[in-house]
Design a protein around this ligand. Structure first.
Ligand code: AMP
Ligand code: MG
Length: 318
């Protein structure tokens, strides 16, 4: 059921139920992070494998102390600078966090979302919320309440908050011995963090080999129709093709064209990325989707990361 009753949503969380809720990135599927029973329901509803750890959402920095061990003062300053915001930080976990949440890893991913509905829900539920994206495992991420209902019609409650602002999942970094490592690109870039804290951390772009998590899988975030990159602007498209373009002056002939931006503004492209893919997925006239690439800098890194995974099974040469 879709609604706007935060009190009701908080009561459902307290009773170990599942509530989908808006954040600034995508909609999350939330449950009490400290209740293994509630967390198990997330994995079941999403059909998500147990080896994929969940991000824990908080509303107050004081909660970091309870959920982690041995976190440096310097890291707290980083959290204060970027939270609330689309940044997840992986830190050594405390015994309070059930192993199911972190897939037996000794660390936990924490985030304070920049969305007033999400923050109020976490506060009223009076517990941190484990919340992956509110979609079936491997499918398109939801950026509006109806997207959640399409994939997860049986969740206890869907808290509506309109379209999300950022549109791609949070940046994930780990911090260990002053080394700050990018695990998943997002709206906040390593350069943003480096320029806020010059010389204070060592920054690593390469992913660590020992973490196995589907955020890092090659195929993910996929629509239910074949998705291809547009390699050549003049090329024609097969019948029943949908084209997603990022600049209005790019002229294509196709059954349907969706523009994510007037003029390749990457912030706009990111915000409309998943909703344009949902629209193509829902359009019964469209049999395959073609999408333009974007330049891989800033949030363009996150856009291309998601698109390569979404298109992986159809474009293995890319
Ligand atoms: P999402 O599917 O958006 O909820 O993001 C979950 C992703 O966060 C996982 O697939 C991992 O890539 C990452 N993640 C969460 N917790 C951890 C952790 N403790 N260590 C490393 N990566 C994590
Ligand atoms: Mg996800």
């Amino acid at each position: 059921m879709i609604g706007k009753d935060i009190n009701k949503a908080a009561e459902i969380i307290k009773a170990d139920g599942l509530v989908a809720f808006p954040t600034e990135t995508v909609y999350g599927l939330g449950a009490n992070a400290l209740s293994p029973l509630a967390v198990a329901k997330i994995f079941a509803a999403k059909e998500r494998p147990n080896f994929d750890p969940l991000i824990v959402h908080i509303y107050d920095i004081a909660q970091v102390k309870e959920l982690t061990n041995n976190v440096d003062e310097k890291v707290y300053r980083l959290l204060e600078r970027f939270w609330p915001g689309p940044l997840t930080v992986v830190l050594p976990k405390s015994v309070l966090v059930p192993d199911l949440v972190t897939s037996d890893l000794p660390t936990v991913g924490l985030r304070m979302p920049d969305n007033p509905i999400a923050l109020e829900l976490i506060k009223k539920a009076n517990t941190p919320l484990a919340a992956p994206s509110a979609n079936k495992f491997g499918q398109l991420s939801p950026v509006d309440a109806p997207h959640v209902e399409k994939q997860l019609p049986d969740v206890d409650y869907i808290l509506a908050g309109g379209q999300t602002k950022v549109g791609v999942e949070s940046t994930i970094i780990s911090i260990e011995n002053d080394v700050c490592r990018l695990l998943r690109p997002g709206y906040i870039t390593l350069e943003d963090i480096e320029s806020a804290f010059p010389g204070q951390f060592r920054f690593e772009k390469s992913k660590p080999k020992h973490i196995v998590a589907p955020g890092l899988l090659k195929s993910h975030y996929s629509p239910k129709k074949p998705l291809y990159f547009i390699e050549n602007k003049e090329s024609g498209f097969p019948k029943n093709s949908g084209v997603i373009a990022h600049c209005k002056t790019n002229n294509y002939k196709a059954e349907r064209i969706i523009y994510t931006s007037e003029n390749t503004n990457k912030i706009e492209v990111a915000a409309r990325l998943f909703s344009s893919l949902h629209q193509m997925e829902e359009d019964s006239h469209i049999q395959q989707i073609f999408i333009e690439k974007v330049e891989e800098s800033g949030i363009g890194l996150a856009i291309m990361d998601r698109l390569r995974k979404a298109a992986f099974q159809y474009s293995q040469t890319d």
